[in-house]
Design a protein around this ligand. Structure first.
Ligand code: ADP
Ligand code: MN
Ligand code: MN
Ligand code: MN
Ligand code: MN
Length: 340
């Protein structure tokens, strides 16, 4: 038997952006535990904005398990928060609102800043570094700073060891800004892995005295880029059947539900979706082939031979958005459009 360190990880009840929480329990297993081996657990919801009335106990229900390479016999246990009965999802549990669909695929592009002493990593103590230009996909100390790449590589190692389906990483347009992409088949897979990847990044940077700044416009109304989390999505029907009529009906549904989407696409998005810097303005909906100034970018591959088949990129979700709520709303809108 081996004593495993089980880190139960969940999202708290803060709005509009939930925080990651975690606590450890030690349990003995003969082999690396699977989901079925892992018991429900509880926590004090009054400390996480999840207490309902007088009874403050909430239930943690394991929904996914990942190896934790940073700890000896470590296990990352991603959980949904349930009511005390153990079966009713807590109101803060947005994962439970995602339609089950194995044929739904998502790819999220997470942009973020490293922050130290209240400034982006690599910024001088006062004033600003040289303007944007050389940082995006850059190399060299002056372009990516002293420690950022080391952290990014360590994070990638941890994610790959956990089995997270990272698709790539790149230095972004602003100094101190980076991106990674996660792709997953199944309506909850990429969102689950995004939350675990965020957890690993935040935990890793503790020792560096660096915070992860997810705000979509941390440098306000300046010439410094903000951060997004583009959501690429497809369903079996979109990939295998599609067609122009279906696509136009889908875009009409997205336009009609624009406000519902913006509601869950991350806070302060009006600061980022201005109609400038390759964005559509927050109160308008548009789509365009290869158009990075549209709400939804249609890849060339989608319209090839007039097939209108494949995936689409919703460019509006921001870096602070909850991938559960984003995936949930996208699938809700898709479900409104008849496929026959
Ligand atoms: P860009 O920065 O040009 O928008 P990226 O390579 O950063 O492109 O991101 C593209 C994303 O699209 C990736 O996360 C990828 O996994 C995702 N993607 C590719 N094909 C599909 C598909 N069929 N369904 C859903 N997402 C997809
Ligand atoms: Mn205690
Ligand atoms: Mn990208
Ligand atoms: Mn990017
Ligand atoms: Mn993109």
């Amino acid at each position: 038997m081996t004593k495993y360190r089980l880190e139960y990880i969940w999202l708290d009840g803060y709005t509009p952006v939930p925080n990651l929480r975690g606590k450890t329990q030690i349990k003995e297993f003969a082999d690396f535990p699977t989901l079925d081996d892992l018991p429900l657990w509880g926590f004090d919801g009054s400390s996480t904005m999840q207490a309902e009335g007088r009874s403050s106990d909430c239930v943690l229900k394991p929904v996914a398990v990942y190896p934790d390479a940073a700890r000896t016999n470590g296990v990352l246990v991603l959980c949904e928060v349930m009511m005390p009965d153990g079966v009713t999802p807590h109101p803060s549990n947005k994962r439970a609102t995602i339609l089950d669909d194995e044929g739904a695929w998502f790819g999220f592009e997470q942009e973020y800043f490293f922050y130290q002493n209240g400034r982006p990593l690599g910024f001088p103590e006062t004033g600003f570094p040289a303007p944007q230009g050389p940082y995006y996909t850059g190399v060299g100390y002056s372009n990516v700073g002293p420690i950022a790449r080391q952290i990014v590589e360590e994070h990638l190692d941890l994610c790959l060891a956990a089995g997270i389906n990272h698709e790539g990483i790149n230095a972004e347009v602003a100094k101190g800004q980076w991106e990674f992409q996660i792709f997953g088949k199944g309506s909850k897979k990429a969102a689950d892995e995004m939350w675990i990847a965020r957890y690993l990044l935040q935990r890793l940077t503790e020792a560096y005295e660096i915070d992860i700044e997810y705000h979509c416009k941390p440098l306000g109304d300046t010439d410094w880029n903000g951060s997004g989390m583009h959501a690429n999505f497809s369903t079996t029907f979109m990939r295998e059947t599609g067609g122009k009529d279906y696509f136009l009906a889908l875009m009409a549904a997205f336009e009609k539900n624009c406000a519902d989407h913006i509601e869950v696409y991350g806070p302060d998005n009006h600061m980022r979706l201005t109609g400038k810097h390759e964005t559509q303005s927050i109160d308008q909906f548009s789509w365009g082939v290869a158009d990075r100034g549209a709400s939804i970018r249609v890849p060339h591959s989608f319209v090839k031979n007039d097939a209108y088949r494949g995936y689409l990129e919703d460019r509006r979700p921001n870096s602070q958005g909850d991938p559960y709520q984003i995936a949930s709303q996208i699938l809700k809108t898709i479900a409104e459009v008849p496929t026959a």
